[in-house]
Design a protein. Structure first.
Length: 748
């Protein structure tokens, strides 16, 4: 169910529920579906759709307006499978991982449920009976920093399941009033969700705007509010009022008011700390783009001192532990006289630089540095909508000399706009230099502001994220459209990944680091914050941000060109492999410095690196055409997974590195469907159930061979020999490195 399709009216889906679990039952001899657990309907930000503007909400909803705190955890559904048996799920899955490697959200939610029931003197059977009789799903937020840290910290008293809703298990969205939810929470031992009731939409608007400025409510930082109300007017008809609610009168109706700060800043603090821990505690190791905010500059100085003073307090930081505690220590220090003095001085220096830059530069070109699928055009559409920036796309140009024409289009727009978005991947230095050369004679000078989507993520992770987005947008692009069966678009993404040239220090005047992983909402918030800080444009309201999101999601290109079919689409892959999302050099570079690695091992790994013999596209071969027809059944199974629009995501464990004087490999164990992965038809589970045991014992990643004339297949033999205990092979443990990956067809 593609995310952007939730915005269509009429909806293409049978239900708008986010999280739906059903079961086949027999009633009077007839097969029917019973809704066992039901989440909320998809709800939107202020302004994000026509029916969530302040004006529409005032016209088409009715009081009361209950604002509930937007909890910062993961959603858990609790319902009755039978009159005596409970079902506990996350939004997408239930149960645990088959390999038992780590607890899932559903499992941790179930543990907390049992504790809450025990504290309240209740039993699971009693709760199941009530939920069964009322046909309810209890909706809670799992907030447990010991399991998974998010942005907001939770005290011991606030750790557990926060009950924030009770839904009827039916197709139409109908949820209980907050007083019913809070009473149920107190009776059954859940933590209640903080809320406030307001009588009018203007009151909601005024209240949320004031809270947004402060960034706190009742003394605590918050992500935002979910506003719960009901539809009052008739739904919109074809050709009628597009701003009217698309839901029936009397329906439960939610919308949200989200605050972007201080979350973006907190995320930056987390990332710079990880960088300082991995690369060394020095400001020279932190990207200048991360040091734009005065608060972050002060944080970096503080955390460097903390790392040097007592590094052990950051022992589990890179594993997601201690992030909140570190931030809280800094915020407490910042409130001291020393902290305030440091921040005031830094803020004054930054403001002086901003004022100086305003005088120095007359115009600005926003230069995305990206690969297909990161969302650069979507962000460009939203920014142009918000600030009336000029915007030109390279993909709209049909001429053979598209590069020079694109630069001309940018220069022409600069005549009528102070800011122009040069919407192109700009992944090569010559692209950036062409923009610099074309504007170098302008007075006052033209500034280049880069939005850089480069990433520290493994290339395979970036490839998966971008490839999925290309599939999701389908035909909605001038040239690069999804090729679900042949996966030609996959090769285009790999090409850009391999060709992209890193941004040099003096190529641009200002730099904003974007994130490939971020949602559209968060990416736009990051881009807008940069424009406000660097360009001095006014900060948009929550409604304006929502409308910009709507404009971006509703965009459709005005031009469309047919392109030649890729050769890869016509020919069959040579083999199918699982592509692990891992950075080999980052993993092994650190491991091979350890004292337990022999001198021979260290020298062999150094030689692989020095001679460029470490593979840049690691893979785990599943089946090769050279073994056909003996493996024809396995070939067809892997081919089927490859052809899916969204193939299942697998998890796997890299247990050991093994090597001799010719080849190095990583041993692969415990392959399973990733706990968070969507596998609705159990294709991934079915595939794994039919993988021969002989193949499982051979699974490996070839790190590299000593020379070109040594075939990578030797790595398979090496792993088999090592498992048999043969001599002459060295190895080291990898501390159970878990990675994810998908099955893909490969051609070389």
């Amino acid at each position: 169910m593609n995310e952007f399709k939730y915005y269509d009216i009429p909806s293409p889906f049978p239900t708008l529920a986010r999280g739906l679990f059903t079961r086949d039952i027999t009633v009077d001899g007839e097969e029917k579906h019973r809704i066992v657990a039901r989440g909320y309907d998809k709800f939107f930000n202020i302004g994000e759709v026509p029916w969530t503007t302040w004006g529409s909400l005032e016209a088409h909803t009715k009081p009361p307006y209950t604002l509930t705190l937007k909890s910062n955890g993961c959603i858990i559904f609790i319902s009755a499978l039978t009159p005596t048996k409970l079902l506990v799920t996350s939004k997408h899955s239930l149960g645990g991982k088959k390999d038992g490697s780590e607890a899932t959200h559903a499992q941790v939610g179930e543990r907390w449920l049992r504790k809450h029931l025990s504290d309240a003197g209740k039993t699971e059977e009693q709760l199941a009976q009530v939920l069964w009789e009322k046909n309810w799903t209890a909706v809670a937020e799992l907030c447990d920093d010991s399991f998974e840290e998010h942005v907001l910290p939770y005290s011991k008293e606030q750790t557990g399941l926060h009950l924030h809703g009770i839904n009827e298990c039916r197709k139409e969205f109908r949820t209980m009033l907050q007083e019913t939810v809070d009473g149920f929470a107190r009776e059954w031992g859940f933590i209640t969700t903080q809320s406030i009731v307001l009588k009018t939409i203007p009151a909601v608007k005024e209240f949320t705007e004031e809270i947004g400025k402060a960034g706190k409510w009742r003394g605590q930082a918050l992500e935002g509010f979910v506003v719960r109300t009901h539809v009052s007017a008739s739904p919109s008809k074809p050709g009628g009022d597009a701003s009217a609610s698309p839901y029936a009168p009397g329906s439960s109706f939610f919308f949200k008011v989200k605050f972007d700060e201080p979350y973006m800043m907190y995320r930056d603090w987390r990332e710079v700390t990880k960088t300082l821990l991995s690369k060394g505690a020095s400001t020279s190791n932190v990207s200048k783009a991360k040091l734009k905010r005065p608060e972050t500059q002060v944080y970096v100085k503080w955390v460097i001192k903390e790392i040097k003073r007592e590094r052990t307090q950051f022992a589990e930081f890179t594993k997601g532990k201690g992030i909140i505690a570190t931030r809280e220590r800094f915020l407490n220090w910042l409130e001291s006289g020393e902290g305030q003095h440091e921040l005031d001085d830094t803020s004054k220096e930054d403001q002086a630089k901003i004022e100086e830059d305003k005088k120095k530069f007359g115009k600005t070109i926003i230069v995305p540095i990206a690969i297909p699928g990161v969302g650069k055009t979507t962000i460009a559409i939203a920014l142009a909508h918000l600030f009336n920036f000029g915007h030109t796309q390279s993909d709209d140009i049909a001429s053979k000399k598209a590069g020079p024409q694109f630069v001309k289009n940018v220069v022409k727009l600069l005549q009528t706009h102070d800011v122009v978005i040069a919407d192109k991947n700009n992944h090569l230095r010559q692209h950036r230099q062409a923009l610099r050369d074309a504007t170098k004679g302008m007075r006052p000078p033209v500034r280049l502001l880069a939005f850089d989507w480069s990433s520290d993520l493994p290339p395979a992770t970036v490839h998966r994220i971008c490839g999925d987005r290309i599939v999701a947008r389908g035909e909605n692009h001038q040239t690069l459209r999804a090729d679900v069966e042949g996966k030609a678009h996959d090769e285009v993404v790999w090409m850009f990944l391999s060709q992209t040239e890193e941004l040099l220090d003096n190529e641009v005047d200002e730099l904003v680091e974007m994130s490939v992983e971020e949602s559209l909402e968060d990416a736009l918030a990051r881009a807008v914050d940069a424009c406000v800080r660097i360009l001095g444009v006014p900060r948009p309201s929550a409604e304006q941000m929502g409308q910009a999101l709507a404009a971006a999601r509703g965009y459709s290109p005005t031009t469309r060109r047919e392109t030649k079919e890729k050769k890869e689409k016509a020919r069959q892959p040579r083999y199918y492999a699982l592509i692990p999302e891992i950075d080999l050099e980052r993993l092994l570079g650190k491991r091979f410095k350890a004292d337990d690695i022999s001198l021979r091992g260290k020298e062999f790994y150094r030689a692989l690196k020095a001679n460029d013999r470490v593979t840049d596209r690691p893979h785990i071969t599943i089946v090769h055409e050279g073994n056909l027809p003996a493996v024809s059944e396995l070939w067809e199974r892997t081919k089927e997974l490859h052809a899916l629009a969204a193939p299942p995501l697998f998890s796997l464990r890299l247990s050991d590195a093994v090597w001799n004087d010719r080849v190095m490999a990583l041993v692969v164990e415990d392959v399973a469907v990733a706990a968070e992965a969507a596998d609705p038809e159990a294709k991934g589970a079915e595939f794994l159930a039919n993988v021969p045991e002989e193949l499982r014992s051979q699974l490996h990643v070839t790190v590299g061979t000593k020379a070109k004339d040594i075939k990578p297949v030797e790595a398979r033999d090496l792993v088999e020999q090592w498992k048999r205990g043969e001599t002459g092979i060295e190895s080291c443990k990898l501390d159970d490195v878990f990675v994810k990956g998908r099955i893909r067809g490969l051609f070389n």
